[in-house]
Design a binder for this molecule. Sequence first.
Ligand code: C2E
Ligand code: MG
Ligand code: MG
Ligand code: MG
Length: 277
Amino acid sequence: ARAKYEGVAYLAFSNELASAMFGRYELLQDLREAILNNEIVAYFQPKVSLKDNALIGFEALARWEHKTRGFVSPELFISLAESSGLIDKLDRQMLRQSCRAIKALKGIGINVPISVNVAGNEIIRPDYFSNFKTILEEEQAPAELIELEITESQLINEKATINRHLSALKTLGVHTNIDDFGTGYSSLAYLSTLSVSTLKVDHSFVWQMEESEKDFEILKMIIELGNILGLSVIAEGIETEQQKAHLLSLGCENGQGYLFAKPMSLENTIHWVQSGQ
Ligand code: C2E
Ligand code: MG
Ligand code: MG
Ligand code: MG
């Protein structure tokens, strides 16, 4: 009735807004249910040594196949999980599935680490470390084959807490990667005190280095920074042989990307390994 007075534009806008909100609310309800029912699945993307394509590890990435919408974009459901307090539970499930994957791979003679992603508002929780440790114990997984990925942009707040947790994890043998490196704001002073072992160069530098001199130079600098700080460097998002060749020529040793393999279910990961990649 109100729309009659205020015009069609208002009606169209309010319907659109209402349906967007309803869609988001519905999706959140479905996500909550999917997490409660353990329906989010960890996929695994290989990490390789660039000089010989040898497998050096995997990254676990969450995949949600919705019953009517199909696969939902991780960017969407991860942000939904982060803003609704569901991310802790989801990430614990990904850790548990990764522990099981490590054992399954061990069964076929493959002993490589698997990295799991952690949300920024999660790692600062007081019980983060004890929860992590409990899962490793329950799953009887070798801690030295689990790694953590935390994005550089999440490292700005509560530095002391984060470093305390990363140090505690390191005593278990769990190494940490700084994800999407080059897009955050960590200071060099902070970086040098942080308990981390690997810089993961953000894909944007890999994708733009051939067109942008600036990105090429930044990439070069990140690789040198890794050398200076004694951290290993891995480039993400490698899609072409040319990108790989450029990275190799800059001294980047490791990589990850569709050129080698997309993230795969555990079953397909095992097939991929057994078929000699
Ligand atoms: P990320 O940790 O930086 O993961 C890398 C993303 O790049 C993944 O997207 C991966 O599928 C994609 N990727 C890898 N190689 C290529 C390539 O060659 N080309 C292109 N175009 N893309 C490539 P995905 O799986 O959509 O995940 C997006 C982000 O969502 C992740 O970024 C991570 O921040 C977050 N995420 C995913 N799974 C989890 C999880 O279990 N827990 C948490 N907390 N975050 C997660
Ligand atoms: Mg990651
Ligand atoms: Mg990344
Ligand atoms: Mg990312």
